[in-house]
Design a protein around this ligand. Structure first.
Ligand code: ATP
Ligand code: MG
Length: 433
């Protein structure tokens, strides 16, 4: 017989199901347990006299999380969860589980996040927790589908690098034979390089490493970056447009394909209509009215981002907002500056319910301007030989964005901690499992 998922059983038929033993009850002559597989649960009912004695004996010997296979007849049963049950004809124990379990899997006793993460593969047997990753899988698919529908070309760039264009403070050094190398902190250089190579529109979804000592609910030391870069843009609004369509596509796709998971988690999603775009100046004015001051030349802090998020929700009915024209002092040398306003950059952040999920910008593509900008920040462009070369043989105006997949999942589902949104988090303390 072919194996069936518990969600696809029809009363009156024979079925073979496989999974794990969850709750069980023994009323003497009547024994039940729930079998859980990745699609749900089904009750298995063994009544003395109606099932073989050997089957009854096996049921008696079962403990929680034993991995088993059950063959039997599917019947309607009003009192059973889901309205059906299986009357077993044979039960095979594929692998016994030790007792006691290190954590309570189906959440009767809540374990702390640390303990859950220490026992992550067991924690993920809880349908509420695995739902996050089924949704995350769809977010990934939605991104890939979106980029292809917009004619972006997928690239894979090295994660072992010599240095990036960022400050360097967050680089993880590695021993590379007899030299020092670093784990990639961003594919920035390479995605710009591939625009200059003539691909025009490229994207990459890959690990990003940041030696970030921060202990927050939104920082990891290894996360999944969604990066894109596009050539021949008019200005940064073209880049924001792509982000807006991307987010709309992700939410719509998850809404359409993850109904059951969203229900399990008690989350309802709303596809954004129009994501408002505020200059940092406008955001500053709004925040000031609410008593929150962001000093001139400074970025909004996390508290200001949160407050801005709730104000945008109130004013525009949207959970997302673009804030643009970040101060030159706070942005890297390669961000373009608007004509006649060297204090700001043609850059933006995308904020979802008060948390940054993306930073994007138009890049400076004019070699001489870029060289001057680098110098202002105390950097010699020509010392970054491979990066400087990109701008010397015909480089189109271009821009792009770095988004965080883990942050998107965290913000979209309203999770309290980014560690819930990643299978096996890495942070300054955690290097296992
Ligand atoms: P933050 O200000 O939140 O520390 P950032 O501005 O340093 O982030 P960027 O360099 O703009 O980060 O990275 C692009 C995107 O990658 C961010 O908007 C975020 O979604 C994600 N991201 C950055 N750092 C982390 C991190 N340490 N853990 C998880 N995601 C991250
Ligand atoms: Mg940023």
């Amino acid at each position: 017989m072919k194996r069936t998922y518990t969600s696809r059983l029809t009363p009156g038929s024979k079925a073979l199901v496989m999974g794990w033993v969850s709750h069980s009850r023994d009323l003497g002559g009547l024994k039940f347990f729930l079998l859980r597989d990745r699609e749900g649960h089904v009750q298995v009912t063994a009544k003395k006299g109606s099932v073989p004695d050997s089957v009854l004996k096996t049921v008696e010997s079962l403990s929680r999380e034993d991995c088993i296979s059950v063959a039997g007849t599917v019947k309607e049963a009003k009192q059973a969860p889901g309205g059906i049950e299986i009357i077993p004809e044979s039960i095979e124990i594929l692998s016994k589980s030790n007792t006691p379990l290190p954590i309570d899997i189906e959440g009767k006793i809540e374990s702390g996040l640390d303990k859950r993460l220490d026992n992550r593969f067991l924690d993920l047997r809880n349908p509420k927790h695995s739902a996050i990753f089924r949704i995350r899988s769809h977010v990934f698919k939605a991104c890939v589908d979106f980029f292809h529908s917009e004619e972006f070309i997928n690239i894979n760039t090295p994660k072992i690098t010599v240095a990036g264009v960022e400050s360097g403070a967050e680089l993880f050094p590695i021993v590379y034979f007899n030299r020092e190398a670093f784990l990639s902190q961003s594919p920035q250089i390479y995605k710009q390089m591939m625009v200059a190579a003539g691909f025009e529109k490229v994207y990459e979804i890959a690990p990003v490493f940041r030696a970030e000592k921060s202990h927050t609910t939104r920082h990891l030391t290894e996360f999944t970056g969604i990066d894109f870069e596009m050539g021949f843009i008019r200005d940064m609004n073209d880049v924001m447009d792509v982000n807006e369509r991307l987010i709309r596509h992700i939410v719509k796709h998850v809404k359409e394909n993850c109904g059951r998971e969203l229900e399990t988690m008690g989350v309802s999603l709303r596809v954004p209509k129009k994501i408002p775009r505020l200059s940092l100046e406008e955001a500053r004015t709004l925040l000031f009215k609410k008593g929150k001051k962001i000093p001139e030349g400074e970025d909004p802090d996390p508290e200001a981002e949160k407050l801005l998020g709730s104000m945008v929700k109130e004013k525009y009915g949207e959970e997302l907002v673009f804030v643009y024209h970040y101060p030159w002092e706070k942005r890297p040398f390669y961000h373009m500056r608007p004509d006649g306003n060297p204090k700001v950059t043609e850059s933006f952040d995308l904020i979802w319910n008060g948390v940054e999920i993306a930073t994007g910008a138009q890049r400076e593509h004019r070699y001489d301007v870029l060289k001057r900008q680098a110098k202002e920040k105390g950097i010699d462009l020509d010392s970054m030989k491979d990066y400087a070369a990109i701008f010397r043989y015909g480089c189109p105006p271009h821009g792009g964005t770095g988004l965080g997949l883990d942050r998107i999942v965290e913000c979209m589902l309203g999770l309290k901690n980014i560690r819930e949104a990643i299978l096996l988090p890495r942070d300054p303390e955690r290097l296992t499992p």
